[in-house]
Design a protein around this ligand. Structure first.
Ligand SMILES: [Zn+2]
Length: 155
């Protein structure tokens, strides 16, 4: 996995949600044309921002920043979409949708971080084994507790 600057991750999440949310909301305009019940638009809208948040959460930032960043991105995206497609803009409604997107982003980012962390731990564990006898050694040990071999060689 490429190591990216944390701020870049924040930016990616913000831009992703702000772009994805309106794109995924476009079918709501179609629903209106077809005169489908408002409940369908509402249900779809919530699902759409959740997906946008989840995708953005996967693509970028750390878990603790994912919620506010995705919230902001979805808020902007949803407000712009509503202003163009289905005015007027309802701020409370927009905030509720943005919260859903933020929660989805936070959940996905948390799961992703847990996976990354467990991978890192496994790699470190592999490195801290004695090269001669295979005994597990502590992270800062310089000498194997079992066969007394020096552990300073990086092999
Ligand atoms: Zn050893």
């Amino acid at each position: 996995m490429a190591v990216r600057h944390p701020l870049l991750g924040v930016l990616v999440t913000l831009v992703w949600t702000a772009i994805l949310a309106p794109l995924l909301l476009i079918p709501i305009v179609v629903f209106r044309w077809l005169a489908l019940p408002a409940e369908i638009s509402l249900f779809y809208g919530v699902a759409a921002v959740a997906v946008a948040g989840a995708v953005a959460g996967r693509s970028g930032t750390f878990a603790f920043a994912a919620f506010p960043v995705a919230f902001l991105g979805a808020f902007l995206g949803y407000a712009v979409f509503t202003a163009i497609a289905t005015p007027p803009v309802d701020l409370l409604f927009t905030a509720i949708h943005a919260t859903v997107a933020g929660l989805a982003a936070w959940a996905v980012a948390t799961v992703k971080m847990a996976k990354v962390r467990s991978k890192v731990n496994l790699e470190n564990e592999d490195k801290r084994r004695c090269r001669l006898c295979g005994a597990r050694v502590g992270p800062r040990a310089t000498r194997c507790w079992s066969c007394k071999a020096s552990l300073n060689r990086i092999t």
